[in-house]
Design a protein around this ligand. Structure first.
Ligand SMILES: Cc1ncc(C[n+]2csc(CCOP(=O)(O)OP(=O)(O)O)c2C)c(N)n1
Ligand SMILES: [Mg+2]
Length: 1025
């Protein structure tokens, strides 16, 4: 910034400045007498033509017979030539007296037009027309580069001071097109790809340029010509080029002013009352409030009745107050440091809280629900969450086209360009199972990120370039021109209604104060801030404008201000009556009727998760068959289905069948199930096959799970884009909409969840504590040490366990239904099931619980096909339930006093231990007990097991390295269980930096070594002494 002001401005930039001023004055310069130093510049012209919209190639243009050829072709059939030629020849014919006399030679016709008899003249007319068409196109493509977007007038919104050489910013540039000043008053036929003519099909060149400047180089810069859809481009051209299209009634102007008053005075009020509090005010972009309201009004008129919004810190309180209409006293009391929180949990700072509000839209008189999602500090993390929530609302309301529910995402300029999740979210926007049918993005582009200048914060010209990947039009607008802002907001809302695609509004503004109100911006942006200090508030500028136009009087304006100030003062007074803070008043996603009116669960028990035999049989049969006629499946899939059939006959199930039982039975009860993630339809390990593909008919698929029962809920299974952060965020948002749905995200391999760490750390683990909202999302994380190398082995259980909030040193009281109470008190549930039946139970329990908690499941890889990792239907029939631990049930359990060692473990290693124990013939000496639910820790069941084997050594065995896996979590809890009176011995891999070795033989050696220790009954004797 400093550089820009201090440094020598380039000639071009100076020129641009001058031209912009002239441009504001209505292109007066074009009407003056410039020097006519133009000469044909055919080379560059040819370059231009080849990228232009006209179907004529430069080589052809140079041929003198070309026009005649075109003309004769046109005479044969008007459709033989491009539309522009058709228009041209029609006009020519209409205006030529020789045509009436039956003359058909083009040169003769052209004669009447340009006053020349020579074929050369005819050729020049064509060339000049083509040149003008190219010029029009140049403005459509590059006009935004010279638009006056920066209210401060010191920065180029595209970070470049260059002026495209094909925009006519001085007379001599006409030469670029082979035109000169004398051509300015010549009339040219307009191509069908412009609307600048209004009702005219021809205009003088001077007027053409003037109108193009008005459309593309004023306070709005439109980027859209990269869109590969002619209809969409035409739509935008029509919206910005039609003369006089940007008109507002006096009422609309007054409403706009009133909204600016609220926006501005709200911040002023907070600044006055709490001058030393951080609030991330909107000063410099006050227009955001009327902008959002315009988007909502226009969308409401088009039928939208639910808007889900996500936004960062800046202006958030203002949006809550003046867009969502949160009661002002509720906002003000958040500033009171003495108020205590009524809710459990950490709560959150005021500029992160969400809100949900149903109201009447005053402009349309229709009902509208507005919700702003709570979010963490992590910028842009909320984007996919908002999209998921919007998608879910659309899904459950049957709004398949997004005509009722829509999302709006707000962004800061630095974060929009810098955060990868923005890109991931854009890439979800057009995918069938993830689209929300168009999101309106609003960027508060204050041309700074904290203290960082945009020139060192991004490599793209604009902060919005990321949106180009999905062909979203981008409307840059000078935020100090409220009417221009309102106009683009209307167009953006209309765009979404018309095309159901994303659109971006880039509000180019400034930040009046530092990053927050306590920050000193002069340290780093001295010159920018000198300019900002001189900058008049947009409210003042706009009110002056309206008063000058006679739309309102000074007194009216002052009354409007006084009225709002009074509202604020009254709310402030009543905020003093608040005695306590209720975070639950800030809930962004209420679940009607799921909790009591006080927000409590309706019970503290969980009904049985077992299933009737006939339900198991029915699901098993569907899972083994192709439920539609004439559908050819792959022979490999046939084999898998036959295998399932055999299992079902024997009342057995493997992992895939266990999952089928869970999903199928929930669907039967009307519970929507949605499984999303990379390659989940087939399953990474080719075990699932939830979508069958016809082997001869393209795109013909069958989802047997949707053919289970006539009145079942829908099963959604969808392969996602190759994203974790975006997709997990999306599914989390989806799970917020409805408690009666099982929403699962599966990682390709468990360790890939770390690229979605922010969603786990900021939303899933602490979400309820911060924002008092439940979420029942399920994470399926394939995990297991199988010699596949450092990656693909560990889903990092230690990370989840470290964030579990149950106290390792506190032995709980087992009152009521301890199992359920303990789940209720936890922040999430972490399990590693060793049997398909238990996997099925835990999935069903997730929905049958009277509250929702995130569920993290470490799922198997080799166990998917392990012949021992099967369950009998008996483990799933009525009366059965999820087993938090599976105690030793073999010979050792019959003579517990004789048992020398109890090995506690979890997951797949159990099968290695069981096999090894058999080989060592130690089935009576060593008990092996499985922890299926690791967190919250089953203190009660572990104690029972430890007490049962009172004389035995207690061992924790895991296949993970010692500094990973479960050891650090279980150890202190075991010691609490035994009151520190018995040691817990560790058996497993040594500490390591990488989660697993890349060498197969090392892997097997490590396994061998720790298996030997596990069954070496003297291994710990010495230490015991
Ligand atoms: C992911 C993430 N990284 C860093 C930060 C710290 N941070 C807070 S605001 C901010 C600057 C944001 O700039 P911009 O997106 O332009 O928004 P503005 O504050 O200018 O409105 C930074 C770096 C954060 N909140 N989130
Ligand atoms: Mg910024």
């Amino acid at each position: 910034m400093a550089c820009r002001l201090d440094g020598a401005m380039s000639q071009l930039r100076l020129l641009a400045g001058v031209l912009r001023v002239r441009c504001t004055l209505g292109s007066l310069w074009l009407r003056g007498n410039g020097s006519g130093s133009t000469r044909r510049c055919l080379d560059s012209y040819r370059r231009m033509s080849s990228s232009g919209s006209t179907p004529v190639s430069p080589a052809i243009i140079s041929s003198s017979s070309y026009v005649e050829e075109m003309y004769y072709a046109w005479l044969d059939d008007h459709k033989n030539v491009h539309k522009s030629w058709d228009t041209f020849f029609r006009d020519l014919q209409a205006s030529s007296p020789s045509a009436e006399a039956g003359e058909k030679r083009p040169s003769t016709l052209l004669q009447g037009r340009v006053g020349s008899h020579s074929p050369d003249t005819a050729q020049k007319v064509v060339e000049d027309h083509l040149a003008v068409h190219t010029l029009i196109r140049a403005y459509q493509i590059r006009g935004h580069h010279v638009a006056q977007l920066d209210p401060l007038g010191i920065l180029d919104a595209d970070l470049e001071s260059f002026i495209p050489c094909d925009l006519i910013t001085s007379f001599d540039k006409l030469g670029f097109y082979g035109l000169n000043e004398s051509d300015l008053d010549r009339t040219f036929q307009l191509p069908p790809t412009t609307f600048i003519g209004g009702g005219n099909s021809t205009l003088p060149l001077r007027e053409i340029i003037h109108r193009l400047e008005t459309s593309y180089c004023g306070h709005i810069g439109v980027e859209f010509m990269f869109i590969n859809n002619v209809q969409q481009c035409q739509w935008i051209r029509q919206k910005f080029e039609t003369p006089g299209i940007m008109k507002f009634t006096n009422d609309e102007k007054r409403t706009l002013l009133a909204r600016l008053v609220r926006s501005t005075r709200f911040e002023d009020f907070l600044a006055r009352k709490w001058s030393s509090e951080k609030r991330f005010g909107l000063e410099g972009c006050e227009v955001l409030i009327p902008a959002l309201k315009t988007i909502i009004d226009t969308s409401s008129a088009a039928g939208i009745d639910s808007v889900i919004m996500g936004m960062p810190h800046r202006g958030r309180l203002n949006v809550l107050a003046n867009v969502i209409r949160k009661e002002l006293d509720q906002i003000f009391c958040q500033f009171d440091p003495k108020l205590e929180a009524a809710d459990e949990g950490s709560g959150d700072v005021k500029y992160h809280l969400g809100m949900y509000h149903e109201r009447i839209n005053r402009w349309t008189d229709k009902n509208i629900t507005l919700s702003l999602m709570a979010n963490p500090s992590h910028l842009e993390a909320v984007d996919p969450v908002v999209q998921g929530k919007a998608k879910a609302e659309q899904f459950y309301r049957g709004d398949t086209q997004g005509k009722k529910v829509m999302s709006i995402l707000m962004h800061g300029d630095a974060a929009f360009a810098g955060q990868g999740v923005v890109y991931e979210t854009f890439h979800l926007s057009e995918l069938p199972s993830y689209t929300t049918h168009g999101t309106i993005h609003v960027v508060v582009n204050n041309q700074i990120g904290f203290t960082t200048d945009p020139r060192v914060a991004r490599s793209s010209p604009y902060p919005t370039d990321v949106a180009r990947v999905v062909n979203a039009p981008i409307f840059h607008v000078n935020a100090d021109d409220p009417e221009a802002v309102m106009y683009v907001c209307r167009v953006a809302a209309d765009w979404r209604t018309t095309f159901n695609k994303d659109v971006v509004i880039d509000l180019v503004c400034y930040r009046r104060f530092g990053h927050n109100e306590m920050d000193e911006p002069m340290f780093t942006q001295p010159l920018m801030y000198k300019q900002i200090r001189r900058q008049e508030q947009v409210l003042k500028k706009y009110s002056d404008k309206l008063i000058a136009e006679g739309v309102g009087a000074q007194q009216e304006f002052e009354e409007e201000i006084a009225k709002y100030d009074k509202i604020c003062e009254e709310a402030y007074a009543s905020s003093k009556d608040e005695k306590i803070l209720h975070i639950r008043h800030w809930l962004d996603s209420p679940w009607r009727n799921f909790f009591t009116s006080e927000g409590e669960p309706r019970s503290m028990t969980c009904v049985s998760t077992g299933l009737e035999e006939e339900v198991l049989q029915h699901i098993g049969q569907t899972a083994s068959s192709v439920p539609v006629e004439d559908f050819t499946i792959h022979p490999g899939v046939s084999r898998i289905l036959r295998g399932r059939e055999d299992l079902v006959k024997n009342r057995q199930m493997d992992w895939a069948l266990g999952e089928y039982m869970a999903f199928g039975s929930l669907l039967k009860d009307g519970i929507h199930v949605r499984l999303s993630g990379q390659d989940v339809e087939r399953g990474t390990f080719s075990h699932r096959h939830h979508v069958l593909h016809h082997q001869e008919v393209d795109k013909h698929t069958c989802v047997p799970m949707n053919h289970l029962w006539t009145n079942q809920a829908l099963y959604t299974v969808c392969n996602s884009s190759l994203s974790e952060y975006g997709v997990l965020g999306f599914e989390l948002g989806f799970a917020m909409a409805n408690p009666s749905a099982l929403i699962l995200w599966e990682a390709q391999f468990g360790d890939f969840h770390n690229t979605a760490q922010c969603i786990i750390d900021q939303f899933i683990s602490p979400g309820q504590a911060k924002w008092v909202r439940n979420n029942g999302i399920v994470l399926l994380l394939p995990h297991g040490m199988e010699g596949m190398g450092p990656e693909h082995s560990s889903a990092r259980p230690e990370r989840f366990l470290q964030m579990s909030k149950d106290d390792p040193d506190h032995f709980p009281e087992f009152t009521g239904d301890f199992e359920v109470q303990q789940l209720y008190d936890s922040n999430w549930i972490v399990v590693n099931c060793s049997t398909p039946a238990n996997y099925c139970h835990v999935l069903r329990r997730q929905i049958l619980l009277p509250f929702r908690k995130p569920l993290i499941i470490f799922t198997p890889k080799s166990l998917l096909r392990h012949p021992d990792a099967r369950s009998s239907f008996d483990d799933l029939t009525e009366g059965t339930k999820f087993r938090r631990i599976v105690p030793e049930e073999g010979p050792a359990s019959e003579r517990p006093d004789q048992v020398k060692r109890v090995i506690f473990c979890t997951g797949k290693v159990y099968y290695d231990l069981a096999k090894e124990r058999k080989q060592h013939n130690l089935e009576g000496d060593v008990a092996v007990t499985r922890l299926e639910q690791i967190s919250p820790f089953p203190f009660d069941l572990v104690r029972a097991e430890a007490e049962k084997y009172a004389n035995a050594e207690l061992v924790w065995c895991q296949e993970e390295h010692k500094n990973m896996g479960y050891y650090d979590y279980v150890r202190p809890r075991f010691l609490t269980v035994v009151a520190n009176k018995r040691p817990l011995w560790y058996v497993g891999r040594d500490p390591a930096a990488a989660p697993a070795t890349g060498n197969k033989s090392t892997h097997l050696n490590e396994l061998r070594r720790f298996m030997d220790t596990a069954f070496d009954l003297s291994a710990f004797l010495e230490q015991n002494l």
